[in-house]
Design a protein around this ligand. Structure first.
Ligand code: ZN
Length: 130
């Protein structure tokens, strides 16, 4: 079974903590020990893992990503959103996690983030637990 979650982003560039949704999928799966895959089916959004305690970490990441991949370069892509495509690939579109004793096995300071780079939009992501 694949769990599908919908979310509505509210900014052009934004990190949304989805750790709780991933934990919900693990719980509903009933699987105690295995692997959990989080997959984002978009080309201008991704998923990454980073600090969940200080929100300034996410702000700093967004600030530096916008410097590494500026929006106003001479890109060829007709849609005009090449920076969003590039940032999405830098983050990646899936993450794999360990499930142990029915729990998501991550570090205490780690959060799972859906990373929006071409919002605001209606988005979704999939979670598969095996
Ligand atoms: Zn595009």
């Amino acid at each position: 079974m694949v769990f599908e979650f919908s979310l509505k982003t509210s900014r052009s560039n934004e990190f949304i903590n989805i750790t709780g949704k991933v934990k919900e999928a693990i719980m509903k799966s009933g699987i105690d020990d295995g692997i959990c895959v989080v997959f984002v089916p978009h080309t201008t959004a991704g998923v990454t893992v980073n600090e969940n305690a200080d929100p300034d970490v996410v702000k700093d990441m967004l600030m530096e990503l916008s410097k590494i991949v500026p929006e106003d370069k001479e890109y060829r892509h007709f849609e005009g959103n090449s920076s969003a495509h590039i940032k999405a690939s830098l983050m990646g579109n899936s993450q794999t996690f360990i499930v142990e004793n029915g729990e998501l096995k991550v570090g205490i300071w780690q959060g799972i983030y859906f990373t929006e780079f071409d919002g605001p939009r209606n988005r979704k992501f999939f979670v598969k637990v095996m």
